[in-house]
Design a protein around this ligand. Sequence first.
Ligand code: NAP
Length: 365
Amino acid sequence: MRGAAPVNAPGARRRVAVLGATGAVGQAFVRLLAGHPWFELAELAASGRSAGRAYLEATRWIGDAPPAEVAGMTVLPADPEAVSADILFSALDASVAGEIEIAFASAGRMVLSNARNHRLDDDVPLVIPEVNPDHLALLDVQRERRGWPAGGGIVTNANCAAIVAVMALAPLHQRFGLRQLFIATMQAVSGAGYPGVASLDILGNVIPFIDGEEPKIERETAKLLGTLDGGRVVPAPIGISVHANRVPVEHGHTICISVGLERRASAADALDALREWRGAEAARGLPSAPSLPLRVSDEPDRPQPRRDVWSEGGMQVVIGRVRNDPVLDLRLVAMGHNVVRGAAGASVLNAELLMAHHAQRLARP
Ligand code: NAP
């Protein structure tokens, strides 16, 4: 059963393109956009290594069979001269995403990005539709400050672990206020792209280091839970400490969180807040939105990536082990699909939010 009536298509399907279509996140975009009710997957782009080749020949396809409609497509260079769509999903490697995304936005195109490059720019919205859809108002500041033509802009989604953690934390922040967070992640290998971490490094092992990950999770969590004020986001004033670990799991980041609150709450109060949370109204009924953003499990040994990662197509975050904490106030475990909810699905949901509520910010079809 869905949690909200579906939002109707806002007009004809829009032509969209995927930048970085050959990589791990790019492939997830291709799967999610094939047959999408609002978007038509019209173009695929990647590096000069892949451009000019048939998509399936240039791509080391991971997982189930690829959608039939991509078979005959030729990979284009990731260049606004070569790609004509006005809405771009970016799964570009961070070494090149910064410049390429700016080139598209300054040509009047809307970029929905997974890359880290612009997430913390003052005028770039970092959005989870259920949590902070109002931050999309930064697009006006962005366009004015950068002098981009109508339709041009960059909207980002957060780091995959930050998205899963913030989905679990938003209801607690809204009801009790967050003061301190201690976060330890167990992150799946698919979060490192393809071919990612060498098998001899990760099989039967845990690597207690992911380059740049801990400060990203700390800063992005504060921005996502921050408040829009006078054309900027004031980060939420929360003390945050993160330990990031890579573990031999295929998909699904598991995150153990201890929480210090502004207003006292028991584990039972927290469970009520998590179970009752529906997320922001603006996100309800969007085609990729899960019926409920969170599923709270009562079982003592859940969530587990193997059993829970595909909950609602990978778009739902699963929470468990909500209990009192003897040092801070509460502790819990959150788990979500890093490539779907934490990457491609997050961008598709952001694009649906734009289409449904901010169509005037997109170039005309
Ligand atoms: P990946 O598998 O390494 O794929 C990188 C993509 O970037 C490929 O399509 C590659 O094309 C393209 N690329 C590389 N150099 C390029 C260039 N000079 N010009 C144009 N395209 C170029 O990486 P991924 O895991 O999919 O991650 C993609 C982005 O999403 C990264 O910024 C990453 O940090 C972010 N992200 C990933 C996850 C996750 O769970 N994996 C989660 C959140 C965010 P070729 O095949 O032609 O080289």
